[in-house]
Design a protein around this ligand. Sequence first.
Ligand code: HEM
Length: 143
Amino acid sequence: MISKQKKLIQDTWAQVVPIADQAAAIFYQRLFEIDPSTRPLFNTTDMTQQRKKLLQILGVAVSSLDNLGALSKTVEDLGRRHAGYGVKDAHYDSVGVALLWTLEQGLGKAWTPEAAAAWKEVYGMLSSIMRNAQQAVSTKVAA
Ligand code: HEM
């Protein structure tokens, strides 16, 4: 990821922070709308806490763009835990779509094609680390 993209991510994230809880609520609403199979996974979840946890890890990722490698162990652990939450590989696509859609709603004019491409890349990096770690767990269980 080039430094211009990192700056775009950090600048756009700074615009989301003041409306973060609302944005996270919109994100889950959108996710459940576009992929109803994700809804039951959160049946017993305290969504207020869940919104905070999601924002927290995204905030950490945004501030670690220069050194995402240092975060990879944390993100792998997160992916492994997702196997236990009943998350399927295809759900990651739905989460990506809902996340980008939410950012677009929140950012308005700041959601330029460049910003969209940079966020797509960040989500792609995070989700592929998680998916790989999660698949490794599932393979072990199946074996
Ligand atoms: C980059 C992608 C994702 C990130 C950063 C993320 C982040 C998180 C975080 C930080 C937690 C808190 C619990 C923990 O740390 O283990 C969590 C829990 C959870 N996530 Fe994700 N997640 C992602 C993708 C997904 C996907 C694709 C699904 C499927 C719909 C999903 C469903 C859940 C569920 C069901 C929980 C557990 C809720 C509970 O504790 O009741 N996540 N996620």
